[in-house]
Design a protein around this ligand. Structure first.
Ligand SMILES: [Zn+2]
Length: 260
């Protein structure tokens, strides 16, 4: 059994057939999925969706750095209320993304810090996003990490120095189908085995990041949780360990991390 720790199932791309998507996930061995919240509105959608599939779907609630420009004090208060929902198991996704700067860095820094404060206050784990912002991200996180129950660097695509720094801070590492990409996933492929098995979790980031090496190649470019076993197999190959060993560790880590 597997847990998909990052699935954007509230995306409109799943509106028409969410039931079938979840059924396919379960029959391929994905027992639980954590629906990613990326704004107050999306987090509300993620919670409502999770309520319809108790014990199968859980959700995070948070404001993605892309949406930081829209986050006011009022939205952080709304977020605080959402975090008390029984279906919400982590704060996030939150963090910094200086790759495209859809929100200016100043807004991102403010919004990230506010969510770390909320996580400390609510004693909840955090689901973290970081792109091209490592040093600011690590500096801010270091101020909170000792007071957080747990934190995961979701969709890790960084280099070895970043990985070591995250592991030293006690972070869990989320690996997506990025590792299946023959063009840009090679560096990650060579790093995966350095993640201690006690810190590894896996995720699809559906509908994004469809694994590029699926055979046969799906007709749709939409990724979905049913492809998580494929990612688990690629990760197992990176370690040179059996599938079941990666499955067991990532599953147990996920249940412990999200307290589900
Ligand atoms: Zn992300």
């Amino acid at each position: 059994m597997l847990v998909d720790i990052g699935a954007n199932l509230s995306s409109p791309r799943f509106d028409k057939d969410i039931d079938e998507v979840i059924t396919r996930a379960i029959s391929s061995g994905v027992g639980q999925m954590i629906v990613t919240g990326t704004s107050v509105t999306e987090s509300e959608k993620a919670i409502a969706l999770s309520a319809g599939y108790p014990g199968i779907l859980y959700s995070t609630a948070g404001i993605h750095p892309h949406n930081a420009k829209d986050s006011s004090l009022a939205s952080l208060e709304q977020l605080s209320v959402l975090l008390d929902s029984r279906y919400v198991v982590a704060v996030g996704e939150c963090g910094l993304d200086f790759n495209r700067n859809f929100s200016v860095p100043k807004d991102q820094l403010r919004c990230f810090t506010a969510q770390l404060e909320l996580a400390v206050e609510k004693k909840m784990p955090v689901f973290l996003h970081q792109r091209d912002a490592h040093s600011d991200f690590a500096r801010i996180l270091a101020q909170y990490i000792d007071r957080l129950p747990a934190a995961v660097a979701h969709c890790f695509t960084g280099n070895e120095d970043e990985l070591i720094q995250y592991l030293d801070m006690g972070l869990y590492i989320g690996i997506t189908g990025w590792v299946c990409d023959e063009r840009r996933g090679l560096d990650l492929k060579s790093l995966v085995h350095k993640i201690p098995l006690q810190r590894l979790m896996i995720e699809t980031d559906a509908p994004y990041l469809l694994p590029r090496d699926l055979k046969p190649k799906p007709k749709s470019s939409r990724n979905e949780p049913a492809y998580l076993p494929h990612i688990c197999q690629v990760v197992a190959d990176c370690y040179g360990r059996p599938y079941t060993e990666i499955e067991t560790h990532s599953y147990n880590n996920s249940l412990r991390f999200f307290n589900i």
